[in-house]
Design a protein around this ligand. Structure first.
Ligand code: HEM
Length: 753
């Protein structure tokens, strides 16, 4: 966590606590809009636009051809104090159309009206055909220099810092769909290197549904809503998805990852990322290796529970987006290490018997270590979501010298698809000139004209060779950091529509994944398959998928079959003897609790001094405390962030009970549905619900003083991960220790081994 920020926030609270409530609430809650608290009256004295919020970043002010302009990034946005037309003429009135008399018809000559409405009419652009729902942030990548031996890429040289923009996304849902659906997450990174932009367009799952890009429309059509009713939105729990993956069994590996907890991440901050494909790296000497890219989150890999994910889908559909931006605003900058698995570049392109061109296969980390090569820190939110997150355009062909593609047939098709779709999505061929896409390297391309051309190209000879422009542009060589198309030998072969035989193994790595899971993770996988298949209408599809599960593992198959009320089939392939990969499990390690959310339930009549001390301690420990009280505003000198009506357990990673607040005046089912929970009269029913849910979701719960009686009333006292402490400090210490493992898994002993 940025050490200055939490302390500053505490200071703000303390400073403003004695002032007006409106001022006191604003600086303390990440997410408050605007860079200054709004006055009550409409401001009428002209002044320049307010600056962006301190955590907001923007694309650098580069020309469309990559030159630094020196203008501050604020020059990307609106200028001056006065309202103008798009052409800069100042306007007197934007509230009334120009009419023939106050009661007369509107005049066609009203150019301001027409400009305003016409532009509005064209504000929407097509959403991405996949990965439409996403959120982006700016950051910086710092190289360790450990990749210098295998790649000549300049941005990977020791100490080199490179600006980046990262966009996280879901795959299936529309732009307005919920963040927490069960799905793969995109993890796309644009490195603005001085040798040209490098896009690492990966996912949070290291394998893909298909081995050949020609199947991409098929898997996406199967996963998207049914074409007749256009339901369900952003889900795989429906017949067409399971129809496809049960018939096209190379999809089974990716599918089990989606059914595991990886399909419902707690946060973008707690996701791994994978380049999926094998890339070819080339060093200064022209030597090559094959490599896979991995992002490792500083906070470890953590997931939601399925019930949390479903609740959040309704309560806060923007959960991941909000979490990303709030964390950056709180100074808890999301962080990852970039790592590579390196393999010898042999003619077979295999490693330990694994075909490196097959994107449905991983190489277990135990066989090839992930070597850290740099660190990514996301430290600025976008200033304008559309301009940056929506208009960013990634492409696997954006490669710097030192990184090249392989013949993975999925990768090869992707090299065509992204630019092709962006031509339509971004309205023409010049989208590289949109500010977020502008390279930070000199551009001299001979591409000309087209819709929305921003560059003012000089000269008369955009062709080569030429003499009229003095021969410019000139081809570059190694000394000038030219891109290297590695001269790989292509074996003589007939032209066929076929896969290599090594692509035929669809089950051994699925079994490897299953056997690498801890018992609780296996339970979650069983539940996910049972839920998803249980939502299908057709028995045949369920039976067909059960056959695939039988080919993965008999326990998995039997458990799911029992839930579906169907017989478990026998395997049709021999079950291979695979070695599990412990690195695939999320459970069993400890992680920092930076930027985690701690809810503190406050009783206005309770120990407020103790509460103040604990919230300061939570800040100092690098986490974000949120006070939950019966009403908004202030409790004593402390600003309230959530009320019993607005708060819900799913927002918090842990809960502290500083008191046993009596039912508030709005604890009525007619005012707050959550108050419908039957409750003993002494504690507000919404507090009991908060504790019950936190317990069910295996979260750490701590209480001191009167708070201990809440544990008793909720019936959770004395159970694992529930701490009744003598003081707030003691409760926090114990809870923070529990949070290192993310959840209190022993609350739910698994039935499978
Ligand atoms: C390893 C497999 C794949 C991975 C990891 C992957 C990852 C991604 C990611 C992260 C995005 C979102 C980019 C953003 O945030 O703007 C994306 C978008 C997209 N992907 Fe893929 N994808 C894969 C396979 C494919 C294949 C096989 C195709 C087509 C043949 C494809 C076509 C697209 C398209 C058309 C978009 C939308 C791009 C845009 O509108 O800007 N993807 N993919």
């Amino acid at each position: 966590m940025d050490s200055s920020k939490p302390a500053e926030a505490v200071k703000n609270v303390v400073k403003t606590a004695s002032g007006k409530i409106a001022d006191a609430l604003t600086p303390d809650v990440p997410g408050a809009p605007g860079s200054a608290p709004p006055p009550l009256e409409e401001p009428t004295t002209p002044h320049d636009p307010l600056p962006p919020k301190s955590e907001q970043g923007a694309p650098q002010t580069r020309t469309p051809t990559g030159a630094e302009t020196g203008a501050p990034t604020i020059a990307n946005g609106q200028q001056g104090a006065y309202l103008t037309t798009a052409n800069g003429a100042r306007l007197r009135d934007t509230d009334h159309s120009l009419k023939a008399g106050p009661r007369g018809p509107v005049l066609l000559q009203d150019h301001h009206l027409r400009e305003k409405i016409t532009h509005f009419d064209h504000e929407r652009i097509p959403e991405r055909v996949v990965h439409a729902r996403g959120a982006g942030a700016h950051g910086v990548f710092t190289a360790y220099g450990t990749a210098e031996a295998v790649t000549r890429a300049g941005f990977l040289k020791k100490g080199r810092e490179t600006d980046v923009f990262v966009r996280f996304s879901t795959v299936l849902g529309s732009r307005g769909s919920a963040d927490t659906v069960r799905d793969t997450r995109g993890f796309a990174t644009k490195f603005y290197t001085d040798e040209g932009t490098f896009d690492l367009v990966g996912n949070n799952i290291p394998v893909f549904f298909i081995q050949d890009a020609i199947k991409f429309p098929d898997i996406i059509h199967a996963g998207k809503p049914h074409p007749d009713r256009e339901i369900p939105q952003a889900q795989s729990a429906h017949d067409t998805f399971w129809d496809f993956v049960s018939l096209h069994t190379e999809a089974q590996h990716h599918t089990i990852w989606n059914m595991s907890d990886r399909g419902i991440p707690r946060s973008y901050r707690t996701m791994e990322g994978f380049g999926v494909h094998t890339f070819r790296l080339v060093n200064e000497a022209g030597e090559t290796v094959l490599a896979k890219f991995h992002w490792k989150p500083k906070l470890g890999v953590h997931s939601l529970t399925w019930e949390e994910a479903q609740l959040i889908g309704g309560i806060d559909p923007d959960f991941h987006r909000r979490d990303l931006y709030d964390a950056i605003e709180a100074g808890a900058y999301p962080e990852w290490e970039l790592g590579i698995q390196v393999f010898p570049d042999t003619p077979e392109e295999t490693f330990a018997g694994i075909d490196l061109l097959d994107p449905t296969k991983i190489v277990p980390e135990e066989l090839a270590e992930v070597q850290p090569i740099g660190r990514l820190v996301l430290n600025r939110t976008p200033t304008n979501f559309f301009a940056e997150t929506e208009q960013v355009a990634f492409h696997l062909g954006h490669l710097p010298p030192g990184i090249d593609v392989t013949n993975d047939p999925l990768l090869q098709g992707r090299l065509f698809s992204y630019v092709d779709t962006q031509l339509t999505r971004l309205g023409g061929p010049n989208f590289t000139q949109i500010p977020i896409n502008r390279p930070h390297a000199a551009v001299n391309d001979m591409l000309r004209d087209g819709f929305h051309q921003h560059a003012v190209h000089a000269g008369v000879a955009p062709y080569r060779p030429n003499s009229l422009d003095g021969g410019n542009p000139f081809p570059a060589g190694d000394a000038e950091h030219a891109f290297v198309d590695v001269p790989v030998t292509v074996a003589q072969a007939p032209k066929v529509r076929a896969n290599p035989a090594s692509f035929d193994d669809h089950y051994s790595q699925v079994r490897l994944f299953w056997l690498s899971m801890s018992p609780v993770e296996k339970e979650h996988i069983i539940r996910a398959y049972t839920f998803e298949l249980g939502k299908c209408y057709h028995q045949t599809i369920k039976e067909r998928q059960l056959q695939s599960l039988a080919n993965i593992d008999p326990v998995l198959c039997e458990q799911v079959a029992t839930g579906l009320g169907l017989p478990a089939p026998q395997p049709t392939v021999p079950l291979p003897d695979v070695t599990p990969s412990p690195a695939l499990s999320q459970v069993g390690r400890e992680w920092p609790s930076d930027g985690r959310m701690v809810g503190i339930v406050v009783d206005p009549d309770g120990d407020l001094e103790g509460v103040d001390e604990v919230r300061r301690a939570v800040f100092s420990a690098g986490m974000v405390p949120l006070l939950i009280a019966p009403h908004g505003g202030m409790v004593g000198d402390l600003p309230v962030q959530r009320t019993f009506a607005t708060g819900r357990s799913v927002e918090f990673d842990a809960v502290l009970l500083a008191g046993a607040p009596a039912p508030a005046p709005d604890a009525l089912p007619a005012r707050d549905a959550k108050a419908g929970t039957p409750a003993p009269a002494t504690v507000d029913p919404r507090v009991l619900l908060l504790v019950e849910e936190s317990w069910r979701h295996a979260k750490a719960i701590g209480a001191w003083g009167a708070g201990v009686t809440v544990l008793e009333q909720a019936g959770v006292a004395g159970t694992p991960g529930v701490v009744a402490a003598g003081s707030g400090a003691e409760a926090l210490t114990a809870v923070q220790q529990l949070m290192a493992a993310h959840r209190v898994w022993e609350r739910f002993p698994a039935a499978v081994a």
